[in-house]
Design a protein around this ligand. Structure first.
Ligand code: MG
Length: 525
């Protein structure tokens, strides 16, 4: 593949001279490493254990030493690839965070007003009472639980950075709209800019009704964008290698938000049935988006590639003959006469796991890859990649979940060889062997699932003996998240909000911008 591209590139080098050249950047090898290689913190691995976990011959499956370090004793297991890269390029993270602001109620405000003017106490007494009130003031809080899977490529830097940082971006983006997310207060209700429709009568134009769900989705989208921008900025001062996909689950406001930028996958198992919770983004599934981008900005192809897709690679002997093609407007095929332009290497070429963008990369969404180029060329890949996620929401309050209902989040190393329903069946079988309250229950199920995909070493290759099929040689990462905990927690906590508390239409830009702080480059505390 690479040699073919090299030929294509060499044949058009004359044409490159006239194209703008990218600015010189510091060589990554000269920069200090942003993060040393590590495994997820909740595994609690020593340096020796990290080395053992990277053994490509035995491929040990690593699980948390203390499963209750994960929220709801969720299950987790991982295994390194079969030699594809020296290190495990997958990463994972989980945490529980909250945003808060002082609770404000009509009663408290009334009392404070009374304390200041009409209670007959001395000024000193009033100050003491106000100080005590400050100390005991209630906080409105919004809790969320977060799980993330990051599948790295061409290095471990971007995946490690995302696993260490993305949840802080999410927290901060939610905090920027905390005034709109947290309970509607006395002031909110009396604010002249609030209300569901002020178009008639107030003289203001009608505004859209924006729910809290919309605000969470907006915060998640912005946090993904900010994560990628942070890598782009900090790669100039630190060594942050490669790129990564990102699959994130956020449990908040009684809902599950599945945020996906890449080809990791989330599958919900409810009553034994597998329900897809994300779509895989690949060069094939994103063909039309990529072709449209090339159509709008043909210079991104550096005169080396064609945006059209053909049933096979065309050669000089095809010139003037009829072929089939499709462009960004088409899902079907149409005939055309082959021209010189059609002989260029296709923007998207290959099938299945071998399909590549610009003959270089097999993923289309995620973080990093800002300096990735076509081999031996100035042609940048990044313009075709996006950090923009697709978000699916699932109302956790609409139905009750049992102890055998769970969410699987796993990197493509699992899904390459295990179908959704098969994965659910493997986990269900494993769960039957444990008491529902056993904290090891979901971790053992995750271990079984990863073992099912990794298989066993037979001769020179890894195979799955149950099906007598090839096993996965990729890094494999899997969370098994029990679903019943969140519903119970949400119903029992008075500080958590229900969807019915809709955020009324507001003067959103004015209010949120006034609240926002300038954010530092690094959001880690
Ligand atoms: Mg992978």
């Amino acid at each position: 593949m690479i040699s073919r591209v090299r030929n294509v590139v060499n044949s058009v080098m004359g044409g490159l001279a006239a194209l703008p050249q990218p600015p010189e950047r510091p060589q990554p090898d000269d920069l200090e490493l942003k993060y040393p290689y590590c495994r997820p913190e909740f595994l609690q691995l020593s340096q020796d254990e990290i080395q053992v976990s990277a053994d490509h011959v035995s491929r040990p499956i690593m699980v948390p030493r203390e499963p209750n370090r994960l929220p709801w004793s969720a299950g987790y297991a991982e295994v390194i690839n079969a030699g594809k890269s020296p290190r495990n390029e997958d990463q994972a993270a989980t945490t529980q965070l909250s945003i808060s602001r002082p609770a404000r109620t009509p009663n408290r405000n009334t009392n404070k007003a009374n304390n200041k003017g009409n209670n007959g106490n001395s000024g000193e007494d009033n100050l003491q009472q106000e100080a005590m009130a400050e100390e005991t003031e209630e906080m409105d809080e919004l809790h969320f639980t977060y799980f993330g899977v990051f599948d790295g490529h061409a290095g471990t830097g971007a995946a490690i950075m995302a696993s260490r940082t993305l949840h802080y971006h999410i927290r901060d983006k939610m905090a920027e709209v905390s005034e709109l997310l947290l309970p509607v207060t006395y002031e909110d209700q009396n604010h002249p800019g609030t209300g569901s429709n002020h178009g008639s009568g107030s003289g203001k134009p009608s505004s859209k009704v924006i729910t809290k769900e919309h605000l969470i989705i907006g915060a998640l989208e912005r946090s993904f964008c900010e994560m990628d921008s942070q890598i782009e900025r900090e790669r100039l001062t630190f060594r942050i290698t490669g790129g990564c996909t990102a699959l994130v689950a956020v449990f908040v406001l009684g809902k599950l938000f599945l945020v996906n930028a890449g080809d990791s996958r989330a599958v919900l198992c409810r009553n034994g049935e597998a329900i897809p919770m994300s779509r895989d983004f690949t060069p094939e599934s994103e063909r039309q988006r990529l072709q449209y981008l090339a159509h709008l900005h043909p210079h991104l192809l550096y005169n080396e590639f064609t945006a059209l897709e053909f049933p096979r690679r065309l050669h000089k002997t095809d010139l003037g003959k009829q072929t089939l093609y499709r462009d960004h407007t088409m899902t079907g095929w149409a005939p055309k006469t082959v021209t010189e332009d059609d002989l260029k290497f296709p923007l998207i070429f290959g099938e299945g796991k071998r399909c590549r963008v610009l003959a270089t990369i097999g993923v289309t969404r995620g973080f990093g890859d800002h300096d990735l180029r076509v081999y031996d060329s100035h042609c940048l890949i990044k313009p075709f990649l996006t950090a923009a996620p697709e978000i699916q929401t699932y109302d956790m309050m609409e139905q009750r979940f049992g102890e055998d209902d769970f969410l699987i989040m796993a990197s493509d190393g699992l899904w390459d060889v295990v179908a959704n329903q098969d994965a659910c069946n493997v986990v269900l079988d494993a769960l039957t062997q444990f008491h529902p309250q056993d904290p090891n229950r979901y971790t053992s199920a995750a271990q079984e699932l990863v073992m099912h995909a990794r298989g066993t070493l037979q001769g020179k290759g890894w195979r799955r003996p149950a099906e007598d099929k090839p096993a996965s040689g990729d890094d494999i990462t899997a969370f098994i998240i029990p679903m019943y905990h969140y519903g119970n927690q949400h119903l029992s906590s008075p500080t958590l909000l229900s969807e019915s508390e809709e955020s009324s239409t507001r003067e959103m830009e004015t209010e949120t911008e006034a609240e926002a702080d300038p954010r530092p480059d690094s959001l880690e505390p």
